[in-house]
Design a protein around this ligand. Structure first.
Ligand SMILES: [Zn+2]
Length: 240
């Protein structure tokens, strides 16, 4: 076996290692995206629930307002009734006029109280309708979110299984690679999201596109040693 064949095999092993690492990285990215999506879903439901309880507070306020208005109206009606009875009892003209004046004022107060009560009823109706709209929206959103969250959980389990299987395959593959080569690969890959290896295509590094000196190109084709790109640091291999 010539050295060139050996280096070529090492490159093959590294490429398949890289493929597995790429697959694992993609699965992890998807897992993160799913976590983020689930978080955003929970957040938007939370926001709706907050709006629902705010709407609830407004309805409670409107209920109190209405009860207050109803009590004022009842009191006003009782006053008017009492004054009416008293006006019928008085005998002289002066006392009668005084009672009439007092009753007119009480009637005006009652009118105002009845208007206020009608307004309070309208407010209550308005806030109840607003709350109902939010309750409906929340129910709809919750159903949709629940469906999506179930789907997210299912996909996450699938991805976690894949990552575990890919991780095992990666470990087995890595064991076949010489320690120093693996260390070089790990070093190059650390901090990179793309590749640790790149082919030389038309005399340039397939990763950073810097041109490779003819002498180096020949060494890479000769396949005696692993050669890294002096500009970006990836392990270079002959185009295949
Ligand atoms: Zn490069």
């Amino acid at each position: 076996m010539t050295e060139s064949v050996i280096v070529s095999e090492v490159v093959d092993d590294l490429l398949s290692l890289q493929e597995l690492d790429g697959a694992i990285a993609r699965s992890r990215v998807e897992l993160q995206e799913l976590d983020e999506e689930a978080r955003l879903l929970e957040e938007s439901l939370e926001a709706l629930r907050r709006r629902e309880s705010e709407a609830e507070v407004r309805v409670d306020g409107a209920d109190r307002q209405l009860r207050q208005a109803e009590r004022t109206v009842q009191a006003g009606r009782a006053t008017v009734k009492r004054l009416q009875e008293r006006a019928q009892e008085v005998i002289n003209q002066r006392a009668h006029l005084a009672a009439r004046t007092e009753m007119d004022a009480a009637r005006q107060n009652l009118d105002a109280a009845e208007t206020a009560m009608l307004e309070a009823m309208q407010e209550q109706e308005k806030y109840r309708a607003a709350r109902q709209a939010i309750v409906d929206e929340l129910a709809q959103e919750e159903a949709a979110a629940q469906e999506r969250l179930t789907e997210i959980e299912r996909r996450k389990t699938e991805l976690e299984d894949e990552v575990a299987i890919q991780g095992d395959r990666r470990e087995n593959r890595a064991l076949r690679i010489d320690d120093s080569v693996r260390a070089l690969y790990d070093r190059v890959r650390t901090g990179r999201t793309t590749s640790a290896l790149a082919p030389v295509i038309d005399g340039v590094c397939g990763h950073c596109f810097t041109s490779i000196p003819k002498q180096r190109q020949a060494e890479i084709r000769g396949g005696r040693n692993l050669i890294v790109c002096e500009t970006c640091g990836v392990i270079l291999h002959a185009d295949r």
